[in-house]
Design a protein around this ligand. Structure first.
Ligand code: ADP
Ligand code: MG
Length: 720
């Protein structure tokens, strides 16, 4: 009539480690030296093939008592060991234990004394019945005889009780036998323990390790010399480990309670963490829904009546053809992305020796310029161009120029682009609603040093598509997963209501980052997404981008970590100064932390460098959070892309579509899982499309030059 819930079954070694661990958090080995001997230790999960999962550690009960059962100890075992084994309940088994533990120690002494007596070396060769009787010498006797402080009196008394008549020399010899046998036991134990300690140190990749061993068992506790000897030999065998030995005073029973309590705590924490991350797990149905909604928005953006209010703007780019291989010449290209500004010189050769050569220089855009005035921004850009021309020895050359401008622009022709609105980290004033080509021309005029022939303003997605299109004519989609997230694709002119003409195709810059700005995906946005949005430069805008791109993933992770810490599930419930800092958790850290090659301790080191003092358990949770955020990002991107390829398939009216997507962006290129998850999602959601992903090498720069070249070619043809 008692209600019990059995939560744990615990080996005594584990119980010992846990009780000692309660007082000393460094305790990661449990050792028993009593009636039997055994040890447990914390092993890295990645080394435990028998158990699923690679994260964290698990306690392994070695059952080392059976060491030697395969013959490994045969050259150390003596005739006495063999005799003990033969007379035991389990012959051939637990051979290591039989050389060590208290159950056998007294008996070993008895067998040695018996042989010595029979050979006339002790007691004048007179054997007593007691000496012939199994079990007559016990561990407690061995302990008593080895109490050197009490001289030989204990030894004499014990031998007399066994009906032997010891001389003083006999007593000295018997005490010596006891010492040899118990010392061997301690030595063997020390050797085995040294193996475990070395393993732990190697797992942690440390040159020196500090650790604690929790010990229980009568032989260790009550034998007068045993503990001291064990410690000394261990220290000699593993000089690069600072080992603390802690005697378990509470016993293995408390350990069982401890294991249960820890298990209980972990289970409760697990539930809370799962609940926090649950909104990031998107079912296949949800992803299909996202794909369908994206499809709807794509159509809205193309239709005249709905286009003005569409959240996916579907901007025509006036890029109507991909390269045909006859392009040639020298071009300047500018690339203003989300992080840097680059100026490039691109030399394109046509014909049989078709090639593209590029020279470039990267310039940082200081934050005060990104968020200063438009004039300052464009003056800075022109300053960089001047530096580059000087550096290349091209001052005074009037080269055709393509401008990759990775922000949404409404274009009226290939060299006119009105900025719809800043995205990512930019907020320069007096630019929105203005033509960026005009702004660039004016800045060049203000400087009055050189002139440039600005031929094309190009979105980075388009540049990427064109670069890949130069290699693979089947490439009709360009995807960016970098600071921001965006896609372009070749659309049939007849579907683009806002541009005159029904013949041929034009590339559409979808600006899909704004997907959801009308609230259509609010059902999958979490409270963390809302917090990131509210803290951003453009609240309420680019909702899809804020769930999928490099600029925001780290920030989402930071918001979750803050929440988990508030719930007391991380960092001991302490929100550190660093964790409060916006932007501290950059997306590149997700890539590092999620790398499969990284051991937990390295994850911990990364967090520590960020000023987040974390335990191993914290590191596991942080890694899990990163995984949930980046996986959702890749899946959402995949769902969007599935909508695009499906649309292309229907445009062409084919059952199966073969298509290539040109991709650029550091998130796609460097994150260890993003690209794979994205591709898997596309395959799952658009099974009738066979999509090849092609990495664009330096897409935005090369692409701008190619578009310029194509535009020049078409222009020249027009003039003839
Ligand atoms: P941009 O999109 O600004 O033109 P990139 O494609 O190089 O340029 O993307 C830069 C962005 O990629 C950074 O803002 C950052 O968010 C992200 N990033 C940088 N390093 C990594 C990395 N190792 N793993 C994943 N993302 C990264
Ligand atoms: Mg870029």
């Amino acid at each position: 009539d008692i209600d019990l819930d059995v939560l744990a079954l615990v080996n005594d070694t584990v119980g010992t480690m846990m009780t000692c661990g309660y007082d000393d958090p460094h305790c990661e080995v449990g050792l028993i030296i009593g009636t039997g001997t055994n040890a447990c230790y914390m092993e890295d999960m990645r080394h435990i093939d028998l158990v699923e999962g690679d994260e964290g550690r698990m306690c392994i009960n070695t059952e080392w008592g059976a060491f030697g059962d395969d013959g490994a100890l045969d050259d150390l075992r003596t005739e006495f060991d063999r005799e003990i084994d033969l007379g035991s309940l389990n012959p051939g088994k637990q051979l290591f234990e039989k050389m060590i533990s208290s159950l056998y120690l007294g008996e070993l002494v008895r067998l040695v004394l018996l042989k010595m007596t029979k050979e006339g070396l002790l007691f004048n060769g007179k054997v007593s019945t007691a000496l012939l009787t199994k079990g007559k010498i016990e561990m407690k006797h061995v302990c008593a005889m080895e109490k050197y402080k009490e001289g030989l009196s204990n030894t004499k008394e014990i031998l007399t009780e066994l009906n032997l008549f010891p001389s003083e020399e006999d007593c000295i010899a018997v005490q010596h036998v006891c010492t040899i046998i118990s010392f061997r036991s301690a030595n063997l134990c020390a050797a085995a323990l040294a193996a475990i300690l070395t393993r732990l140190r190697e797992n942690k990749k440390l040159l020196r390790m500090r650790t604690t061993v929790g010990i229980d068992g009568g032989l260790y506790k009550f034998h007068p010399q045993y503990a001291k000897r064990l410690h000394k030999v261990v220290r000699r065998l593993v000089p690069n480990c600072d080992v603390r030995f802690v005697l378990s005073v509470r016993g293995s029973g408390t350990g069982a309670a401890m294991v249960t309590a820890v298990g209980y705590r972990l289970a409760a924490q697990r539930k809370q963490i799962d609940a926090s991350l649950a909104p990031f797990l998107l079912s296949l149905d949800t992803l299909r829904e996202v794909k369908d909604k994206m499809r709807t928005e794509l159509e809205y953006g193309l239709k005249r009546e709905t286009q003005a209010s569409a959240s996916v703007k579907m901007l025509p780019t006036y890029v109507c053809g991909t390269p045909d291989g006859t392009e040639k010449g020298k071009f300047l290209a500018l690339d203003l992305g989300g992080t840097n500004f680059r100026v490039l010189l691109v030399k394109i050769r046509s014909g049989r020796r078709r090639s593209v050569q590029m020279y470039n220089k990267i310039f940082a855009i200081p934050l005060e310029i990104m968020q200063g005035t438009g004039e300052e921004l464009f003056d800075h850009i022109v300053q960089c161009i001047a530096d580059f021309l000087e550096y290349m020895g091209l001052k005074g050359a009037r080269l055709p120029l393509g401008f990759t401008f990775s922000f949404p622009c409404r274009q009226a022709s290939i060299d006119k682009g009105t900025l719809v609105g800043w995205t990512k980290g930019f907020k320069a004033t007096d630019c929105e609603g203005e033509d960026v080509v005009d702004m660039l021309r004016e800045a060049i005029r203000r400087r009055n040093e050189f002139d440039l022939d600005i031929v094309a303003v190009v979105n980075d997605t388009v540049g990427t598509m064109m670069t890949c299109g130069y290699e693979d004519p089947n490439c009709e989609i360009g995807l960016i997963a970098g600071t921001g997230s965006n896609v372009c694709y070749m659309e049939d002119m007849k579907n683009i209501e806002i541009v005159e003409g029904n013949e041929g195709k034009m590339c559409i810059n979808t600006e899909w980052g704004g997907f959801g700005d009308n609230g259509c995906i609010d059902n999958i946005r979490t409270k963390y997404d809302r917090e990131v949005d509210e803290g951003s430069l453009n609240p309420g805008k680019q909702r899809y981008e804020k769930m999928t791109s490099g600029m925001y993933l780290g920030e989402i992770v930071r918001q979750i970590l803050i929440d988990l810490t508030k719930q007391g599930l991380l960092f001991r419930g302490q929100i550190s100064e660093s964790l409060r800092k916006k932007g501290i958790f950059e997306t590149k850290f997700l890539s590092q932390i999620e790398s499969d090659r990284l051991a937990l301790l390295q994850v911990r080191r990364i967090l520590q460098q960020l000023g987040l003092d974390s335990t191993c358990e914290d590191s596991i949770i942080v890694k899990e959070v990163c995984g949930a955020v980046s996986r959702r990002a890749a899946q959402l991107c995949g769902a969007g892309l599935a909508a695009i390829v499906e649309k292309k398939r229907e445009n062409r009216g084919v059952e199966h579509l073969q298509i290539t997507v040109g991709v650029d962006g550091t998130l796609y290129k460097l994150h260890p899982h993003f690209s794979r998850v994205l591709q898997e999602t596309v395959k799952e959601l658009a099974p009738q499309c066979d999509v090849t992903f092609m990495l664009s090498e330096d897409g935005s720069g090369k692409g701008a030059a190619l578009i310029t070249a194509v535009a020049k070619r078409l222009h020249n043809v027009g003039q003839k």
